[in-house]
Write a protein that binds this ligand. Structure first.
Ligand SMILES: NC(=O)c1ccc[n+]([C@@H]2O[C@H](COP(=O)([O-])OP(=O)(O)OC[C@H]3O[C@@H](n4cnc5c(N)ncnc54)[C@H](O)[C@@H]3O)[C@@H](O)[C@H]2O)c1
Ligand SMILES: N[C@@H](CCO)C(=O)O
Ligand code: NA
Length: 456
């Protein structure tokens, strides 16, 4: 039999793919720079040219370091959805609802492919948008929405597609990882480092999304749907962030052999009634220093996927910033260019058509086990340690180690001392019960902090 050959016909380039770009901020300007810099390379990889035809943002005259004079300007970004000279609408505006969602719906309804970096919108509306895109036979792609430049959506949808994924977890927010690792390196204050992350363009428009775990929860819910073939369920992600972490916690964790990282963690499990349940949590974790995630610093993201045949896969790279995020956006555009002529045959955005995704219930709380780090700020007076250990005893929490920091702890100016402990493996519910027993005690000067310890 004749081997397959690239035919001479396929060497003649078809018409370029025409792009409309909404949003010209950090990522939008990065996309323009990338498309203009790598123009020839993109055309060869995509099999056709990639041309920006129209752009839209709030302020036409702003200096973005890129020349936008050669593109049409649209004051109303919604108008991009109906332009007959546009094949793909790229949304880099942000916000779960509002103009971004209107543009997404309009673009899909008008037969355009749609590419976005907007994890908030996909977390909230990804299923309905995917349903609309599948019905229309056009692409909906969001590689840049999860872990920026890391090809994790592609990695799970394609590279790991043959596996049942047992657990997916990782560092999904560059801003909080930058803050934690900078606090670790410099002992700097949380608030100062947040300002730096904002200045570098990593933070969301509302930085509370970064530091309170919401941005990571958006990304985790998207990853979980792709990894487990379950309906995306952002509302059931239990999210907590990093704003209560003290330099002293970082020092304590270090002396115990751990670093602190904000992790998203998801797996499917069987509930007490035999139903399949989806566990999704974003929380600061103590990560053993010998785990690869312990060495992920700055705005870098890293995702671990445990496949039943592949074993542990680690995806690591820049999770934020103009260049890496643009890299993911343009990779999606190249994918669309490659199958543009295949007559409405699209890959389902979540790998499996929306109608066939499992309707999984949220995980039950109460039976989950693990080790935890608990930290208390308490008045420095006799009997306080006994109160804490009595609550642990009464709740059935077994203590592996306990440290009291006195003068070395400089976080409070009210004379508090810091007591931290690591528990033995046990039920999380027992820790919750101990904290309930301690709640409201006059000796506690702050709400206790709980961090889970990553199971290897
Ligand atoms: N910055 C990153 O590193 C990064 C990484 C991954 C994903 N993202 C996502 O990419 C998207 C864009 O992020 P960014 O950091 O580039 O934001 P940005 O704030 O730098 O840019 C937003 C752009 O949208 C425009 N815009 C905002 N509201 C508008 C409106 N109502 N009408 C018209 N234009 C409007 C602004 O003028 C600006 O050009 C967000 O969804 C964000 O979550 C960002
Ligand atoms: N604000 C996000 C941008 C990338 O999604 C982060 O810090 O990770
Ligand atoms: Na990505």
């Amino acid at each position: 039999m004749e081997p397959n050959r690239v035919s001479d016909q396929s060497r003649s380039q078809p018409a370029p793919l025409r792009i409309a770009l909404a949003g010209l901020g950090t990522v939008g300007a990065g996309v323009i720079r990338l498309i203009e810099t790598n123009r020839d390379l993109l055309a060869r990889r995509a099999g056709r040219g990639i041309e920006i035809v129209a752009v839209s943002a709030r302020d036409r005259s702003k200096d973005r370091g890129v020349d936008i004079s050669r593109y049409d300007w649209e004051d109303d970004m919604g108008a991009m959805a109906t332009r007959p000279d546009v094949d793909v609408v790229v949304e880099l505006v942000g916000g779960s609802d509002g103009p971004a969602l209107t543009l997404a719906r309009g673009a899909i309804a008008n037969g355009k492919s749609f590419v976005t970096a907007n994890k908030a919108m996909i977390a909230h509306h990804g299923l309905s948008l995917a349903r609309e895109a599948e019905a229309a036979g056009h692409a909906l792609k969001f590689e840049a929405a999860v872990a920026g430049g890391i090809p994790i959506v592609k990695g799970l949808r394609e590279g790991a597609a043959a596996n049942a994924i047992e657990r997916v977890y990782g560092i999904l927010n560059g801003t909080s990882n930058y803050i934690l690792s900078t606090m670790e390196d410099t002992g700097a204050d949380f608030a100062d480092v947040l300002g730096e992350a904002q200045a570098k363009g990593y933070a969301e428009a509302d930085p509370t999304f970064d530091i309170d775990g919401i941005d990571a929860a958006h990304k985790l819910s998207i990853l979980a749907s792709i990894a487990f073939g379950t309906e995306l369920d952002f509302t059931s992600v239990g999210a907590d962030g990093i704003r209560r972490i003290l330099a002293a916690d970082i020092a304590q964790a270090n002396s115990l052999g751990y670093v602190i990282r904000l992790l998203g963690m998801a797996n499917v499990e069987t509930g007490s009634d035999g139903t399949t349940r989806l566990f999704q949590r974003v929380h600061p974790y103590l990560v053993p220093k010998n785990h690869p995630l312990a060495h992920v610093d700055g705005p870098t993201n890293a995702v671990v996927a445990e496949g039943n045949f592949s074993g542990m896969l680690l995806f690591q790279g820049a999770g934020a910033g103009d260049g890496p995020t643009a890299s993911a956006v343009v990779a999606d555009i190249i994918d669309i260019a490659r199958y543009w002529d295949s007559e409405g045959e699209i890959d389902p955005p979540f790998s499996i058509p929306v109608a066939e995704l499992d309707k999984t219930l949220p995980a039950e709380t109460g039976h989950r086990t693990g080790k935890a780090y608990l930290r208390f700020l308490v008045k420095d007076r006799p009997g306080v340690l006994a109160e804490i250990t009595a609550a642990m005893r009464d709740a059935g929490v077994s203590i592996e180690s306990l440290i009291q920091m006195g003068t070395e702890y400089s976080g409070g100016d009210d004379g508090s001392v810091l007591v931290s402990m690591v528990t033995h493996e046990g039920e999380e519910a027992a820790v919750d019960k101990a904290l309930d027993l301690l709640a409201g005690l006059e000796s506690m000067t702050a709400t206790p902090l709980v961090m889970h310890i990553l199971k290897q």
